[in-house]
Design a protein around this ligand. Structure first.
Ligand code: COA
Length: 172
């Protein structure tokens, strides 16, 4: 049995809020590639509960959890605006905890996010930004057909060093 057979992919329920917040706060410290650092995730548990409920009600936003042994090991999201001129664009976010990286979970989350987006009747474009030097993520996105649409210079600053962001997009 491969690892991926043991991973359950599902949408969150409000009871997951505490673990989701803890997960994001922890992985923020595992990698510098996320936009937030350890314990810097912007939502608290109540806000996360509200977000789960409101996401469920939005036709063009979704969250998928990857769960192994009853623990969250990865999260993928599509976040979209309700605005008429922008609601077709979904912003993709993804993170897999260190120990579970490189085993296909990120790919499976993206596959599910894209499949879901193709059938919600609204989303026609997926976009994201990623650090230019995050070659694993850039290759992963390219594997799914994402193209580099632009580069934002010096948008991340870590210990005095500037990093550039790629803006990537995919019409679905
Ligand atoms: C990026 C991330 C989500 C990928 O998830 P993952 O479960 O590790 O990814 P997978 O195992 O499904 O896929 C790995 C893919 O990345 C690419 N990849 C893997 N190792 C690589 C390497 N050493 N160099 C370049 N690309 C690599 C390949 O395209 C690979 O697909 P393949 O196995 O079919 O060839 C995960 O590593 C992560 O959470 N990193 C930290 C947070 C982060 O960077 N998030 C994205 C911010 S934009």
């Amino acid at each position: 049995m491969s690892l991926n057979d043991a991973v359950v992919y599902r949408n969150p329920v409000v009871e997951d809020a505490e673990e989701i917040v803890a997960f994001y706060n922890r992985v923020g410290g595992e990698t510098t590639y996320l936009s937030f650092t350890e314990n810097e995730y912007p939502l608290d548990v109540d806000m996360q509960k509200a977000s789960i409920i409101s996401t469920e009600q939005q036709p063009n936003s979704v969250m998928f959890l990857a769960v192994a042994d009853n623990q969250i090991v990865g999260i993928g999201t599509i976040t979209s605006s309700h605005k008429v001129k922008a609601r077709h664009c979904g912003e993709l976010g993804i993170v897999v905890t260190e120990k579970f990286q490189g085993q296909g979970i990120g790919s499976e989350l993206i596959r599910r996010l894209l499949d879901w987006s193709k059938t919600n009747g609204i989303t026609t474009k997926i976009q994201l930004d990623t650090r230019k030097d995050n070659s694993m993520a850039v290759e992963l996105y390219k594997k799914f057909g994402f193209q580099i649409e632009g580069e934002l210079k010096n948008t991340t600053l870590i210990d005095g060093q500037y990093y550039h962001l790629y803006v990537m997009g995919l019409m679905i």
